[in-house]
Design a protein around this ligand. Sequence first.
Ligand code: EPU
Length: 322
Amino acid sequence: MQGSYYQRCRRPWTLPFLGEEPMPEYAQLKARLKGGLLTDEPLSRHTSFRIGGPADALVLAETLEDLKACLDFAQEQGLPLFILAAGTNLLVRDGGMRGLVLKLEGDFKSMAFDGRRVRCGAGANLALLSRRAGEASLSGLEFAIGIPGTLGGGLVMNAGAHGGELSRVVRRLGTLERGELRECPAEEAGFTYRGSRFKGGSGLILWADLELVPGDYETIQARMKEALDQRRGSQPLALPNAGCVFKNPPGASAGRLIEECGLKGLRRGGATVSTLHANFIVNEGGARASDVLGLMQVVRERVKKEKGVSLENEVLVVGMDE
Ligand code: EPU
């Protein structure tokens, strides 16, 4: 048979068990890692949606050496590699993900403040970074206090809220591209509204230098409180979700358009268009990716038909159908 394990496994769950094709030797990789490796791990345990089929191998990478070992292994075996980050803006299909799925832990969570600058690992929690900046009376990240996820995931999507977005405070990025460590100025990251050139899988973000502005402690705390209050009042935070499902079309609100089409409360399986904020889909228990994808299609079609607007996904959809 020709091609990589991944290319050959068009029905990945049957081939290994028929004895025709061995699974990649994940145990060999595991032995080389400081962090952990779990095989056949349900990604529903690692996504904020609580949805997603199994990853062939989920790696908890703690060091740069762990990451390099994963890249080498993926290359040798012809496997795809994907960084899951905190799994917060993500819909993993029900068939799960082949190859290596990584979470950046350990060293990748570092935060080093130096005056108005902070060098922060891609695996750092964005809300925690925002809080730490506030404690140091540094302004510029107040908008991020309620955004679930990691800095790296946030940078890939150019996460934003309350009029702010990460691209405004990032100055430099440390990346791993084609097997090489690189540093690049933020201008080379290709930031757009909820996107960057890293969204298409061109390289991995490892760390970022952010530049903040010294400000008044009380004012910063008040802005953060306002952002959290607004979010708590308007978003369905008590149920598993993946944030806003669609991008806001230019000059409009996706949530308002969806509400005006009468789609709040629309249900498929365990997934529902939130009655609180129509641009959220919530998992009310046992929702499958196919339920969510079905709802997304209905929403897209209705908004196109009734409003003439084509909604684009904000949530990243990955993995294989079952
Ligand atoms: N609205 C409705 N019905 C709804 C939802 C919203 O009429 O069901 C109206 C609101 O009343 C408001 C307007 O639409 O007048 C905008 O709503 P909101 O303030 O909730 O903001 P948004 O544009 O829906 C954006 C971001 C959010 C971010 C909030 C707060 C996008 C796609 N969404 O939402 O980000 O938290 O602003 O700043 O850019 C995310 O990125 O995952 C996300 C949720």
